[in-house]
Design a protein around this ligand. Structure first.
Ligand SMILES: [Zn+2]
Length: 234
């Protein structure tokens, strides 16, 4: 069984019942958490003991993708357990915090991870800090999560022959240009349409109307849906 549990879909900051970025991927019992934003620690704990995660992948060290790593370390301290954390090797304070913690085994993100019949591949995104998009390959299926970033060649690697993709937006098209650190909702729709992928738009900026963002993305790709806090079969 290859599933995605969406735990948080906000960008920037959480709102009531809506944490920032967090996605739990289950590949035949191997469970990886991708991003651990604000509110995600509790969401994971409702589903499974966090110490049983096979790994946490932090796509980049922006607060809305990593802020709950600190409280997770306190939790792991009470259990005297360690969890493996894969993250960008950018020398940032968050990387140091993770790699210095006795409760995390830090592994710098390289090109791929292989375990049993699961392969995880990473692609550099066009964001304001070192950021990786990630693809999971399992049971001849592919799931991709773009994380944050403006248009770049990595979307081709992420979205080609993909069965389900979460693509992050950040802006309405009127506020977007090539130098922004994120995609517009229109860009997300265009990418979903171009690659013919079943796509979920996510990373909703709470200061922009969610329905406007969804409407704009769907104007470019009718089948595109907003990521919801639920489990998806890949
Ligand atoms: Zn970011």
């Amino acid at each position: 069984m290859f599933t995605l549990q969406v735990l948080g879909t906000n960008g920037l900051y959480p709102t009531e019942n809506s944490p920032t970025s967090g996605y739990l991927v289950n590949c035949n019992g191997l469970r990886y958490l991708v991003d651990i934003g604000c509110g995600i620690f509790n969401k994971v704990k409702e589903i499974m003991p966090p110490e049983d995660l096979d790994g946490i992948i932090v796509t980049h060290y922006h607060f809305d993708h990593v802020s709950d790593i600190g409280v997770l370390s306190y939790y792991l301290q009470t259990k005297n357990k360690r969890v493996t954390v894969y993250g960008p090797d950018d020398g940032s304070p968050y990387q140091k915090l993770i790699s210095d913690s006795p409760y995390f085994d830090f592994v710098p993100i390289n090109c791929s991870i292989e375990r049993e019949n699961l392969k995880i591949c990473f692609y550099k995104m066009n964001h304001s800090v070192l950021t990786y998009g990630v693809s999971f390959y399992c049971d001849n299926k592919k799931f991709s999560y773009s994380s944050d970033g403006n248009l770049c060649d990595s979307y081709c690697s992420l979205l080609t022959s993909c069965d389900l993709a979460v693509i992050n937006c950040g802006l309405l098209n009127k506020d977007w240009n090539n130098s922004k650190p994120v995609l517009s909702a229109c860009n997300v729709g265009d990418l979903a349409q171009k690659y013919g992928v079943k796509a979920l738009i996510s990373h909703f900026n709470p200061s922009i109307s969610r329905s406007e963002l969804i409407k704009e993305a769907q104007s470019r790709c009718e089948s595109l849906q907003p990521a919801e806090l639920k489990e998806y079969l890949i």
